[in-house]
Design a protein around this ligand. Structure first.
Ligand SMILES: NC(=O)c1ccc[n+]([C@@H]2O[C@H](COP(=O)([O-])OP(=O)(O)OC[C@H]3O[C@@H](n4cnc5c(N)ncnc54)[C@H](O)[C@@H]3O)[C@@H](O)[C@H]2O)c1
Ligand SMILES: *[C@@H]1O[C@H](CO)[C@@H](O)[C@H](O)[C@H]1NC(C)=O
Length: 482
């Protein structure tokens, strides 16, 4: 199956929600989801409850965490989560152990097509991880997700993504990538062929407020994931992970190519991604780990990140809050479906890990050294941020209250522009979505998800208070560089 139809299928999955009536997810969240759950899920639920009860009786002393876990399952009626599997409903990764758990992991991780991949997706409740997990599951790959649901942005959005993924057979474990024991149990439960590592602390300006979060997730967490993958044998999985266009830092040679210098990061976020690329080199060199780094360029779209400029601007426009633009800033805005195609292409073409370093004698002569790759995934056409705001104004039918200021030296870079020649050559990456089309998809989702009335009507002069997305009354600066 070509990557494009795979992603189309995933996009249709999301469209189902767009056209299947307003705010499908919100209704799910409020408990009207019984009708949406298949009969087989009910059977699974009954079997799960029986198994859980049996385990409670048998292993009370040995597995205290499982007891609290099953209590959680049966007591969380307010969240109507009782139909969900053991995998997605725990609030503590310490519950993720035992034979029942391992069986559930295997059920989700097993591919449902010949030659299918088996992918562990970190950051699966995040924006890109959610879409990639949907696309992988849609084409029959086995997927298990993992996310720590941190509150960097509204965790209820991450939970909504988790619930939607659960309906497609993809569990998202509530766990931190720094939990080495859990990663080891996951790899012991199932021989994942690939890791799509997208968990990270994102956002360039937030790094000034919470620098250690970037070190914990983007450096220590990355090492934890590489360790787990490198130490696993037969198969040693291939890792595809998210670097960032921000590694190009203060470069001015456009478009940015992979061989351009990356030693002038403008933020701690960029510095941790640059560090990650060096760490990737070491794991490839020492352990023969197949590693592919993807430098994303300002990804946007439905189910996106509320901290990013396009999303924050949309909220501000609807709420009538001021919008602060950085003068002359341009971004190579890249639509999520294009990025998903790139991620799946990178997974499909990732060479095998070899289990030993490129200089070791144990190296298998036939396979050669394990691949170490890095690719830009951008749109190849930078757009002024002011233009992005104009498109949003058009789509939302409201004028933004704009304030244009000079860009401060606090993390953002003046412009980004990808050269994607290598990704096109190696896995046919070809971005096809213009900002106008992509933002239309985003706004369609945005007004539905937040139940915003009267949007997209040129005559609209007021928006009902009830329709406003929750918004802090402060100006919204752009945050588009991550
Ligand atoms: N969206 C973009 O424009 C963009 C651009 C460049 C790079 N990236 C990178 O792509 C990846 C995905 O980004 P996104 O936009 O989906 O961001 P996101 O914040 O929506 O997703 C990241 C997810 O990882 C989770 N996470 C963070 N730290 C974790 C930890 N220690 N353990 C477990 N889970 C953890 C978060 O809860 C979140 O759900 C990130 O690595 C990001 O740095 C994104
Ligand atoms: C894009 O990158 C390729 C490969 O590095 C290079 O040959 C080409 O000249 C670049 N294109 C531009 C416009 O810089």
């Amino acid at each position: 199956m070509p990557a494009s139809s795979v992603v189309d299928a995933a996009a249709k999955g999301v469209k189902l929600d767009r056209h299947g009536g307003a705010a499908v997810l919100l209704r799910r969240a409020s408990g009207a989801n019984k009708h949406l759950v298949s009969a087989s899920s009910h059977l699974l639920f009954r079997a799960t409850v029986l198994a859980t009860l049996a385990l409670v009786v048998l292993f009370t002393l040995h597995y205290p965490s499982l007891i609290s876990h099953s209590f959680h399952l049966s007591s969380s009626s307010s969240r109507r989560s009782s139909h969900r599997s053991l995998l997605g409903s725990s609030s503590s990764s310490t519950s993720y152990r035992g034979a029942t758990w391992a069986r559930e992991i295997r059920r989700s991780a097993a591919p449902r097509r010949d030659g299918g991949l088996s992918v562990l997706v970190t950051g699966a409740a995040g924006f890109v991880g959610f879409h990639c997990s949907l696309a992988l599951a849609a084409r029959g790959d086995g997927v298990v997700g993992l996310d720590n649901f941190n509150a960097y942005y509204d965790p209820s959005l991450k939970r909504a993504r988790q619930r939607l993924l659960a309906t497609r057979g993809v569990p998202v474990l509530d766990a931190d990538i720094n939990d080495a024991a859990l990663l080891a149990r996951l790899f012991a439960a199932w021989p994942f062929t690939h890791v799509l590592h997208l968990a990270a602390q994102a956002g360039v300006r937030h790094a000034m407020r919470a620098p250690q979060a970037y070190v914990a997730s983007n450096v220590a967490g990355l090492v934890s994931v590489f360790e787990a993958a490198a130490r696993r044998a037969d198969p040693q999985p291939a890792v595809v992970w998210a670097s960032s266009s921000s590694v190009y830092g203060l470069n001015t040679d456009a478009p940015f190519s992979e061989d351009h210098r990356t030693d002038r990061p403008a933020s701690l976020y960029a510095a941790t991604k640059k560090a990650g690329e060096a760490i990737a080199h070491a794991y490839n060199h020492i352990y023969g780990l197949s590693v592919t780094g993807l430098r994303f360029f300002t990804v946007y779209g439905p189910w996106g990140r509320p901290d990013m400029a396009y999303f924050a601007f949309a909220r501000a426009v609807v709420a009538g809050d001021p919008v602060t633009l950085f003068a002359d800033a341009r971004r190579d805005f890249t639509y999520i479906d294009d990025v998903v195609r790139g991620c799946l292409g990178a997974l499909d073409t990732a060479g095998k890990s070899t289990g030993s370093g490129s200089s070791g004698k144990k190296k298998k002569k036939k396979s050669g050294p394990a691949p170490l790759r890095v690719y830009n995934l951008g749109n190849t056409s930078p757009v002024p941020v002011a233009r992005m705001v104009a498109v949003l104004e058009e789509l939302l039918g409201r004028k933004a209250n704009k304030r244009v200021v000079a860009m401060p030296a606090n993390g953002d870079v003046p412009f980004t522009h990808a050269n994607v020649t290598h990704a096109a050559r190696d896995f046919g990456y070809r971005p096809t979505t213009s900002l106008e089309v992509g933002l239309r998809h985003f706004v369609e989702w945005f007004v539905r998800y937040y139940k915003i009335d009267n949007a997209n009507a040129a005559s609209t002069t007021t928006t009902s208070a009830a329709g406003k997305p929750r918004s802090k009354r402060k100006s919204t600066a752009m945050s588009a560089a991550s």
